[in-house]
Design a protein around this ligand. Structure first.
Ligand code: CTP
Length: 403
């Protein structure tokens, strides 16, 4: 999933021939999961039609404060448009609008939106090589950079004038890549490694049977997706589950037994900054390895079970710089049991779900959690979708890490 997913991008289109690339740019942004609102300068309509841009962005395209055909003369609020945006992107940006941005000239809707915007601004200039080389252009680019705006450099090549040189708007793919790489660096978990366990474990009784549980892995996958959206690089150690992350940015390691999960998790712990152990690991496994199917003989069957290795407790005992989070699924004396587990396993946070809560637990899309920290502060949350629960958990983690 792209970091642009769910982001609101206000795309300012100005009057340059490179505007013909903007339909492709919009398609790429939409494909990345972004919402795109186009505001175009009146002159840019000669280069690309609002109908094309509107069809691809699935939104009306605004060019002026008033909609000409609108009998009621409702106005397009530059402030609403500006405050809607998570990011503002100027592409293509002409020398004229570049100069206006540098000086704060507000003679059209797009410039009024620009001056009202509080979000990060990106700009991809496009002009002929001599215009690009002109000292005023270089100066204006510097001025925009001094405002904190991000400059997406033009590329070299054949220009519309027939001349060859620098000034061609960056290709749509490069613009999207620039945005993604820049945005990821601003995310709160950029550069952090997050290790997550999820799903059940299967402990083999014989080659065809196992001891398992009903965990679906949904909570762990929601945590992994949230961590990626916050800019982390994520390793997800996943027990047997039909769920696939479908997220190329998650390094998913599929395991079967508690022993496999122990090996995979402990081997990634040293380099992790945050570890969240959401897996429902079997506490016991059959004592004997049986290589042939057990045949039915007697009226009852006795299988000796031995404890599995406690992955969370092992990480807690070896913890150095890592922030360690465990889960507790309890049926009685929930808070007391969870507090005891937090201390015993040397955790920074424990996420308690109670099987007494309706809508919480295995295979559900929702969960109801209580978060307890190392100072035994307790925070209870209402029943929510697991995606929102994952966000709450990371908000708590970030509060603690940045405290
Ligand atoms: N856990 C683990 N390895 C195990 C067992 C549990 O990493 N072998 C982790 C789980 O992923 C979870 C936490 O420990 O984060 C709590 O698991 P739970 O089974 O509830 O705790 P136990 O310590 O086993 O206590 P009890 O079974 O008595 O409730």
């Amino acid at each position: 999933m792209s970091v642009l997913s769910g982001k609101k991008i206000l795309l300012g289109v100005t009057a340059g021939i490179a505007a013909y690339k903007i339909p492709f740019l919009i398609r790429l942004l939409i494909k990345a999961g972004a919402e795109v609102q186009v505001v175009i300068t009146p002159a840019a309509k000669d280069f690309v039609t609002p109908l094309t841009l509107s069809t691809l962005s699935k939104k009306p395209v605004y060019a002026s404060f008033f909609n000409e055909e609108d009998k009621d003369a409702t106005w397009n609020s530059h402030v609403d448009l500006a405050l809607w945006a998570d990011y503002m992107l100027f592409a293509p940006l002409t020398a004229n609008t570049l100069a206006k941005m540098a000086q704060g000239v507000t003679d059209n809707l797009l410039m009024a939106v620009y001056l009202s915007a509080k979000c990060p601004v990106y700009f991809a200039p496009a002009m002929d090589l001599d215009m690009y080389k002109h000292p005023t252009t270089a100066k204006n680019i510097e001025i925009l950079q001094s405002y904190g705006h991000r400059f997406i450099p033009p590329e070299s090549g054949e220009l519309a004038s027939g001349l060859v040189g620098e000034g061609r708007m960056a290709e749509p793919e490069s613009v999207v890549q620039f945005l993604e790489q820049s945005i990821v660096k601003t995310l709160p978990l950029f550069g952090q490694k997050v290790l997550i366990t999820a799903g059940p474990t299967y402990e083999a009784i014989d080659p065809v049977r196992f001891i398992g549980n009903h965990s679906s892995g949904k909570m762990g996958v929601a945590l992994a997706n949230t961590a990626v959206n916050l800019g982390a690089s994520v390793t997800l150690v996943m027990g047997p589950s039909a769920l696939k992350t479908n997220n190329s940015q998650i390094n998913q390691i599929d395991v079967v037994s508690a022993e496999d999960m122990f090996e995979a998790t402990t081997s990634h712990f040293d380099t992790a900054n945050i570890a969240i152990l959401a897996a429902a690991v079997a506490d016991y496994k059959p004592a004997q390895q049986v290589n042939q199917k057990i045949k039915k003989k007697d009226s009852s069957l006795h299988i000796d079970l031995v404890l599995t290795k406690d992955i969370l407790a092992t990480l807690g005992a070896n913890k150095k710089h890592q922030f360690l989070v465990g889960f507790a699924l309890e049926t009685n004396d929930e808070v007391e049991n969870a507090k005891e587990k937090l201390k015993r396993k040397n955790l920074d946070l424990i996420i308690l779900n109670s099987l007494n809560d309706k809508g919480a637990g295995f295979k559900k899309d929702t969960n109801k959690i209580t978060i307890i920290d190392a100072d035994t502060n307790i925070k209870s949350f209402p029943l929510k979708d697991k995606e929102l629960v994952a966000k709450d958990i990371f908000t708590e983690i970030l509060n603690k890490i940045n405290a």
